[in-house]
Design a protein around this ligand. Sequence first.
Ligand SMILES: NC(=O)c1ccc[n+]([C@@H]2O[C@H](COP(=O)([O-])OP(=O)(O)OC[C@H]3O[C@@H](n4cnc5c(N)ncnc54)[C@H](O)[C@@H]3O)[C@@H](O)[C@H]2O)c1
Ligand SMILES: Nc1ncnc2c1ncn2[C@@H]1O[C@H](COP(=O)(O)OP(=O)(O)OP(=O)(O)O)[C@@H](O)[C@H]1O
Length: 294
Amino acid sequence: MKIAVYGQYYKDNTEDIIHKMITVFERFNPEVTFESKFYNVLNEHNLLNKAFDTYTTHEELDSGYNLLICIGGDGTMLRAATYVRNKGIPILGINAGRLGFLATVQQENIETLLPLIFEHKYKVSPRSLLTLDYDGKAEELNELDYALNEVTVSRKDTTSMITIETRLNGDYLNAYWADGLIISTPTGSTGYSLSCGGPILMPEVNSFVITPIAPHNLNARPLVIQDDTEIELIVSSRENQHLISLDSRIITVETGTVLRLKKAPFKINLVEFPQEKFLVTLRKKLLWGEDKRN
Ligand SMILES: NC(=O)c1ccc[n+]([C@@H]2O[C@H](COP(=O)([O-])OP(=O)(O)OC[C@H]3O[C@@H](n4cnc5c(N)ncnc54)[C@H](O)[C@@H]3O)[C@@H](O)[C@H]2O)c1
Ligand SMILES: Nc1ncnc2c1ncn2[C@@H]1O[C@H](COP(=O)(O)OP(=O)(O)OP(=O)(O)O)[C@@H](O)[C@H]1O
């Protein structure tokens, strides 16, 4: 089995996580490759007992890998997805962060859950993504023009609201008068969209959500649409520019640019164990289970 490991930070709990992971590797003997910067940090702290191969760019990972283990929080998971891209490599997240909604394996469960990978006792949850296109697309987007959570348009250098003219498959929907607009995937529905009053979608439904950020059209509400819809957005503003974010990445575009969004032609596969299914995560991490009446 070929496994890639990805992480961004070294913190107090990294040692314990790496130790537990390596102990499992020693039992099953996979071929393991570490992301080079993370590898160097781990070596600086003497956390690895032998040398491993490393990778630096996404090109060095191919679909021959059976798994990418991501050590971190949700931000690190989103970044890990930029290495996997369309290669179909399942991503398993070990939560070293705070919420870890996408990184479902908790530190204390590494030794029980990680072996299940080698015993093929896991499921893969395919997650849809959004792609963004527009004429004269920024260079940084040509390479990486998709989002696992959401694409957001928002105001820049102004306190005044922006207007977001929105069309679905060419049909006029609305001109949102708001701080911004979120187009969220099912995966992203528990992120920014949720904070703005959007609904939670089950991870594998064929839908996206359009959620306005602080709309001044008081009757504008989050809208669930089919995920084969082509979405067109045009922002107008007092400023000449506005922001677009794709997950954690942000760029600036000229106001009036016609933005075209649609479902990406590939999915990101997240590893799911029976013990850590989405509904369990909802109850645990969004604290639904904390209501004492349950
Ligand atoms: N007001 C908000 O809720 C808000 C604002 C901006 C961005 N975000 C989210 O943060 C993401 C980027 O992450 P970052 O680490 O760069 O920013 P960050 O450091 O501000 O972290 C954002 C928080 O959102 C959580 N989160 C991210 N994706 C999630 C998901 N799919 N389900 C549940 N929770 C999720 C993370 O656990 C973290 O606690 C964006 O894609 C967006 O969804 C949320
Ligand atoms: N490899 C790691 N080892 C130890 N701690 C880590 C590691 N990666 C991340 N963390 C901790 O998690 C924090 C958040 O990580 P990250 O940016 O990946 O997630 P996030 O988007 O903030 O989401 P979350 O709420 O899930 O933490 C970091 O500041 C750090 O404290």
